[in-house]
Design a protein around this ligand. Sequence first.
Ligand SMILES: [Mn+2]
Length: 251
Amino acid sequence: MPAGPRPAAAWHMATLFISDLHLHPERPAISRCLLDFLGRLDPTQRLYILGDLFEAWIGDDHPEPAYRPVKQALQNATAAGVEIYLMHGNRDFLLGPRFARETGCTLLADPTVIDLYGRRTLLMHGDSLCTDDREYQRLRERLRDPQWQREALALPVEQRLQFAEQARQLSAAAGRERDAALMDVNQDEVRRVLRRHDADLLIHGHTHRPGIHRFEDGGRRRERAVLGDWYEQGSVLRASDAGLELLSLPT
Ligand SMILES: [Mn+2]
């Protein structure tokens, strides 16, 4: 690593976290914002995408032209030496090994524990923390079942597209999109997962309620950083040896 002072407010030498971009062909400004962000990354940085990169993903074999520049930008960044890690969200849980291979991203399990500047840090998408929404947790269990996923991916692309569009319209009609965004994590579940993984810092997305929460639990100071969505702007959590900072990107 070259020695010397770092420019103030630079993103150099940082670990960056994003989630909930919900990329969709109908929202090209967000894709452009991401392309710009990815184009500025350098190999001293590491990027974690903690779920819901895409609004929907029906399988790696689906050639959606609107997503080609995104795949290319991810590939360019990883080829330039940036490490990019990708976790599934509740929308893009069918992202698979082919996508990872084509973009150079590394797929991460939910949850994953990493060492973040000496802190044992738990990474999650966040939907599994919303235990108050029992109906959703039952659905999640079904959709994450490997058998169900194998069968779904074996259907013709046309049929998968129809199902995805139906699911999207149903969820919009029922206003569940809004409910889901408003449904927050269950604080007891947050404490439980932090204890179970012996971590003091949890980073997650999904709730679209960006913030950094500090609390005491069992005599330990713990922290929960929530990533913001990419609807009105880009949203990035920057971690460095100086700490955590939530930043917005203009679209
Ligand atoms: Mn989500």
